[in-house]
Design a protein around this ligand. Structure first.
Ligand code: PGA
Length: 248
């Protein structure tokens, strides 16, 4: 392959447990190779098992997170960090409480606070001050969103406040007891924040993601499918299970 050629590497595994093991292996290798790795992290149901595997590797003494810095992709607007559906809570529950990561090295966009422009600028500055993201883990929405960069007529480059689409609100409503509780807005890293990561690992499992994966790799880059921009990144791994890869 030509030096500098655009490359999306696609790995298809049988099922979700295999995907999770493989994803944890990739993240662990990154941390082993570079102890002070800056990880970009995702929430949602897809990476849950990957976090469990990473915690297990840590317990077995195989990975040390003491020098790792993390930046999460997004947080709902209006949820405090103790809310069980906030991404602050998710990350503690699924990962941070189970590994030796230093609290001061953890970054998640705040869900509260009035001065949105400053919140967003600070987040970008913190990523830059950490030296940029070495490995960004991504899920993908059924509508092709990454982080909460939703399909639309334009995409934003930097961390910003976003109105969630009806489709995303619907997909997220399974986590809330009443539709009214589902947040309508979020703060998300922008497309530029994501695309600047040195490596990207996108995880997709299940047939609900198959159309979004097909459109991600369809050879067209379009704001209608934010993940399609990953075709322009030089170091992307798409880790899929058979169902997510069914339409390729
Ligand atoms: P999921 O969410 O892992 O819960 O399917 C992914 C996303 O919306 O980015």
């Amino acid at each position: 392959m030509n030096e500098g050629a655009l490359t999306v590497r696609i790995h298809v595994v049988e099922n979700y447990p295999e995907l999770s093991l493989r994803a944890a292996g990739i993240v662990a290798s990154q941390v082993i190779l570079k102890e002070d790795t800056v990880l970009g992290l995702a929430t949602g149901s897809t990476p849950e098992e990957m976090y469990r595997e990473l915690a297990q590797l840590h317990r077995e003494g195989k990975v040390d997170f003491s020098r790792v810095t993390t930046f999460n992709l997004d947080e709902y607007r209006g949820l405090d960090p103790g809310h069980p559906q906030s991404y602050h809570y998710y990350m503690r529950q699924h990962f941070f409480d189970h590994v030796n990561i230093k609290p001061e090295n953890i970054h998640i966009p705040p869900g509260q606070g009035a001065d949105i422009p400053t919140i967003c600028q600070d987040y970008e500055q913190q990523i830059a001050a950490a030296g940029g993201i070495d490995l960004q883990v991504l899920g993908i929405g059924v509508n092709g969103h990454i982080g909460f960069n939703e399909p639309g007529s334009h995409l934003q480059t930097e961390t910003h406040l976003v109105d969630l689409t009806a489709e995303t609100i619907k997909a997220n409503s399974r986590f809330f007891s009443t539709p009214k509780e589902v947040p309508r807005q979020a703060i998300t890293m922008g497309m530029g924040s994501i695309m600047q990561a040195r490596r990207i690992l996108l995880l997709a499992s299940g047939k609900s993601k198959s159309a979004a994966i097909r459109d991600t790799l369809g050879g067209r880059v379009t704001t209608a499918v934010p993940a399609s921009f990953l075709q322009l990144h030089r170091r992307v791994i798409l880790l899929l299970d058979r169902e997510a890869a069914a339409l390729l």
